[in-house]
Design a protein around this ligand. Structure first.
Ligand code: OAD
Length: 277
């Protein structure tokens, strides 16, 4: 069985990591232009780092959900598998999914890289935190204290090679996706059509997510959307599962492993047919 899974913030929602556009999503209370653009970083790197440090801390403290475990289990039972996640957290990896089966198309929040040269420091084993990070305390439910300090760059790390400011290894608005990661997705898509495509926990705001989901599936293959809400992909789905990912994905994965792609039970639903619960 050849499977592509595309995930977004909703897959980590049950681990307590806020989504972006949901009811309590980051972009409801915070302005992306002030936190997630190269211009924001140039204007106020301290403010941007404070936000990313808080997010790192929240992710470190987060527990895996049954959704992450289900995706990892599916990968283990599948001949050819790729997960493309928009999430910058490490929860899919912590669930046991091998790195070569994951494309983090929006980057990795635990990578710290130079804003000028190609130096980068990956992983928790290095020193991904800027000085002073340990003093950060997590606010409950909402972001606390992201106001800039008077000494704006005091907690912003410097590149050990070229002394330029280090930045989080994520893709910001207005930036290009990584060519390497794009190539990995394209190679997988070129390698043959999929029997099953699962899209879970994303608003599918970005055209490339819709494009990959549609290109991946073989004629007659399943395109399963797991999302409590409608998205632009919903009308293309062969199955709509309007449930939280941690409930829906374990069941879908059990069925795929037990029956293979052609005998998923129960059999509902075209795009206009009833929702599969
Ligand atoms: P969004 O916040 O846009 O969407 C989250 C989606 O998850 C919504 O469609 C929700 O309905 C759904 N959802 C919420 N809880 C869920 C649950 N428990 N189970 C399943 N689905 C659930 O997040 P993304 O689509 O991932 O990019 O956002 C895409 C990108 O926009 C992010 O990677 C980030 C953001 O700006 C950058 O920062 C470049």
């Amino acid at each position: 069985m050849r499977v592509l899974v595309l995930t977004g913030a909703g897959v980590s929602a049950e681990s307590g990591i806020p989504t972006f556009r949901g009811k309590d999503g980051y972009w409801r209370n915070l302005d992306p232009a002030k936190l997630a653009t190269p211009e924001a970083f140039a204007r106020d790197p301290q403010l941007v780092w404070d936000w990313y440090r808080e997010r790192r801390e929240r992710i470190r403290n987060a527990q895996l959900s049954a959704a992450h475990e289900a995706v990892a289990r599916l990968a283990h039972h599948t001949d050819e598998f790729l997960l493309v996640t928009q999430n910058v957290d490490d929860l899919h990896t912590r669930a046991g999914l091998a790195k070569e089966k994951i494309v983090q198309i929006h980057g990795d929040i635990f990578v710290t890289r130079c804003s000028r040269c190609d130096f980068s420091d990956a992983g928790r084993g290095g020193s991904p935190e800027p000085p002073g990070a340990s003093a950060l305390k997590l606010g409950i439910g909402r972001l606390r204290s992201i106001a800039a300090t008077s000494e704006k760059n005091q907690d912003v790390p410097r590149c050990p090679r070229c002394r330029a400011l280090m930045r989080p290894g994520v893709v910001w608005f207005g930036e290009q996706l990584s060519r390497n990661e794009l190539e990995r997705v394209e190679n997988f898509l070129d390698g043959g059509a999929c029997d099953v495509v699962i899209v879970a926990g994303t608003t599918a705001t970005f055209g490339y997510i819709i494009d990959w989901a549609l290109r991946a599936r073989r004629d007659g293959a399943e395109l399963i959307e797991v999302n409590p809400e409608e998205t632009p992909l919903s009308r293309f789905a062969t199955r709509l599962v309007r449930e939280p990912a941690a409930i829906a994905l374990p069941r879908i994965v059990d069925e795929l492993i037990a029956f293979g792609s052609t005998k998923l039970q129960p059999q509902p639903c075209g795009p206009s047919a009833p929702i599969w619960r």
